[in-house]
Design a binder for this molecule. Structure first.
Ligand code: FAD
Length: 493
């Protein structure tokens, strides 16, 4: 039976949709409020001049997390989405001319690695088993369950404590396994999946390599946005009341009882909706700053990196490129130094190019390709203002691509740029962070704001800034954690 009072979910990003689905599947009445006209949050879609682009995530891993979400609602993922495995996972281009296709196929990987340094074949295989072990040990405590506390360590069997590898950096651990600078750079790049630096993030995050290199990368037929569309359909089928173009202005709280208690939400149009539980899918910092200005929060955690995005419609096709491509910078440490220490975009950036028209030809007109170009950038800060530098940085990236042999400028028939400031404005991401709070700290998992507000009863969080972190699978899991907490702590009607 449905409870009479609704639970409000603020924000229709993937974490918000996941929470709403879990709640509705457990027969709760749910109202989801989204400020934009489309759901999905950072998982966006943009169409112009005959091209379709995914504007946010492009690499989808951990398929099982989505399978589980649909199963919680007694549905089959395959009835809503066709997820195709991609091979190669990513095509890597190095400044010295080397090209490497990362693959789950160990024979193919071993052949390519042997050409770099034969000793690295065994090093790579040992690294993979190390990363699988990290997943086995850390998964139940840091990823798939409630937010960890210091006591969580007691759930890790004592012999495994030191295998969590939290004291070295990712790069230090990788160096221990493989010698080739090419392979080190490739494995270190997984830090950027959570917006971190391999030279600062704890080696525990080498678990991400396991998730991709062993678990694989999936592409939803029709585009990554199909995930948001499928979750929206499922939420609607379960009876979630979805209101788009409906920004929340304030989370209403009464302070008359023993503890401040949520009483509802005030919308930007001044209407109020009563509710004793609210799950905010906004960044935790944005929630406090914009919707709870009188409530103190702990100092905001450092944000992850942001990104500079170019959506390019190219009247040309490039058969030598794959669906996912990486053009590595010459000096990887300098790139992260610029982003995280100097707070400026790198002058020699690693450039990521995803071309979904390789898998979905209708995403571009005949003879053309839809390039999604992403360069890691510092979170918004005092050191750099994009407004003045946007065109100059676009020119720099196009120049770099031309130097790689991809002179796109004569073939561009559509181009759209999104800076960290645009990202902050579109999704409410604090300082434009792509992946929530920073993982450049060995204590990040403990410093991340938990899924329950400590100072307001009835307020929960789902999304990239809370447990278990950023990225599509993680925010999907955060929705589950927040929904389960809300159900467990439901007030009596
Ligand atoms: C360019 C880019 C590339 C990425 N690449 C990958 C990738 O390859 N793989 C991967 O796994 N992850 C990737 N990510 C990260 C991933 O997209 C995010 O971690 C995830 O989508 C964030 O989901 P979320 O639940 O935190 O919500 P968000 O997407 O942050 O959504 C929050 C929602 O709240 C809404 N909102 C804000 N304020 C209000 C308000 N006042 N009232 C109502 N609604 C409001 C926003 O409009 C938005 O819809 C990428 C992100 C970006 C931007």
């Amino acid at each position: 039976m449905r409870s009479p009072s609704p639970i409000i979910v603020l924000g229709g990003g993937i974490g918000g949709l996941s929470a709403a689905i879990r709640l509705a599947a457990a027969s709760r009445r749910v109202i989801l409020l989204e400020k934009n006209s489309q759901l999905g949050g950072k998982m966006g879609r943009f169409q112009a001049d005959g091209f379709t682009w995914d504007t946010g995530p492009s690499v989808i891993t951990m398929r099982q997390v989505l399978v589980d979400l649909f199963a919680a609602a007694n549905r089959r993922l395959d009835d809503y989405l066709t997820l195709r495995p991609l091979d190669p996972l990513t095509r890597y281009f190095y400044p010295d001319g080397l090209r490497l296709d990362a693959s789950q196929n160990l024979t193919q990987m071993a052949e390519q690695i042997a050409r770099l340094d034969e000793r690295d074949v065994e090093g790579y295989l040992t690294f993979l088993s190390y990363a699988a072990r990290l997943h086995r040990i850390t998964g139940p405590v840091f990823i798939y369950d409630q937010p960890p506390t210091w006591r969580s360590f007691w759930r890790v069997p004592f012999p495994d404590w030191f295998k969590v590898d939290g004291l070295r950096t990712m790069d230090q651990a990788i160096r221990h396994f493989v010698r080739s600078p090419h392979l080190r750079q490739l494995l270190g790049r997984f830090a950027t999946y959570v917006g971190a630096s391999p030279y600062l993030a704890p080696a525990t995050l080498n678990v991400i390599a396991h998730v991709e290199l062993t678990g694989g990368v999936w592409y939803p037929q029709g585009g990554v946005y199909q995930i948001a569309a499928a979750l929206t359909q499922l939420a609607q089928e379960l009876g979630v009341e979805i209101r788009t173009n409906c920004p929340a202005a304030e989370i209403l709280v009464t302070t008359t009882g023993k503890r401040p208690q949520v009483t509802g939400v005030r919308l930007a149009n001044e209407a109020q909706i009563a509710a004793r539980q609210v799950i905010s899918n906004l960044d935790v910092t944005t929630t406090y700053q914009q919707l709870l200005p009188t409530f103190p929060m702990r100092p905001p955690p450092e944000p992850s990196c942001s990104g500079f995005i170019m959506l390019l419609g190219v009247k040309q096709q490039y058969p030598d490129l794959a669906h996912h491509n990486i053009f590595f910078s010459q000096d990887y440490p300098a790139e992260f130094e610029a982003i995280f220490r100097q707070g400026v975009p790198p002058t020699d950036p690693t450039i990521y190019v995803a071309i979904t028209s390789k898998s979905d030809p209708e995403h571009a007109p005949p003879g053309s390709e839809n390039w999604f170009v992403l360069v890691n950038a510092p979170p918004i800060g005092p050191e750099f203002t994009w407004q003045k530098e946007k065109e100059a940085y676009r020119d720099l990236v196009l120049e770099r691509l031309a130097a790689w042999g991809y002179e796109l400028r004569p073939h561009l028939i559509s181009q759209h740029i999104f800076t960290p400031e645009d990202l902050a404005q579109m999704s409410g991401a604090w300082r434009g962070a792509l992946y929530g709070s920073s993982s450049n700290n060995r204590w990040a998992a403990f410093l991340r704001p938990p899924n329950r507000a400590g100072n307001i009863q009835g307020l929960y969080f789902a999304g990239g800034t809370t447990h278990p972190g950023g990225g599509v699978p993680m925010v999907t899991l955060s929705g589950r954690v927040a929904a389960e907490m809300a159900i467990r702590e439901e007030p009596l009607q």
